[in-house]
Design a protein around this ligand. Sequence first.
Ligand code: PEP
Length: 242
Amino acid sequence: MSKMKNIIAANWKMNPDSQKEAEKIFNAIKQGVKGAKSEVVVCPPVIYIPLLKGLPIGAQNVYFEDKGAFTGEVSPAMLKDLGVEYVIIGHFERRKHFGETDEQINKKIRKSLESGLKIIFCIGETTEERAEGKKNEVLERQIKLGLKEAESYKLKAESLNVAYEPVWAIGTGNNCSVEETKESIDFIRTLAPKSIRILYGGSVKSENFGDYIKKSGANGLLVGGASLDAVEFTKIIRSAEQ
Ligand code: PEP
């Protein structure tokens, strides 16, 4: 694991609401992270991707077919053609608002790996599941079903990144403690292929990014809301590298 760079990914979700603003934030991030030791990946809405050059780009979603009658969808090959390197798959907001299932997530992961995209595969338990003591059961189910038969694509360590994102921590301001994150990351390491990068995500800000990278065993961060503020996002990256 040691030689791989940490990865700090920005998930802009469905923001910002203009090309001009997207370029402005992106250029400020690009400027701010010059010389950073981590791999900084920006995941904008897919429509802005052709505008943004100079940092590795990730998409926030993908479909699992090559092309055809799938109105509104975008294929892994189309993303590759745009120069996209990463794709977020299985984000909680897609599971919740769009009913994405573990089976669909698995198809997206396999097709994307086959197409040469790197994956940021999101998993995490809800408040209720955590309260009922089912966290590990949920993480295990999401990993097993999400990565089913994915080994057949000869997973390279850098191709698969798992983001541990407790649902109760996403966009709530209630980040998971470093200790609890460590427990989950240690558990995920027992299930996922060896030597992959595991990220933490959930209300990361410059004042609370804390010791995730140093003490929880995380190899990076997935940052939502705070990544739309270039100064704040840059601060997170710089602090995480100290
Ligand atoms: C996310 O969307 O993956 C996320 C972690 O969001 P936030 O940082 O806003 O909680």
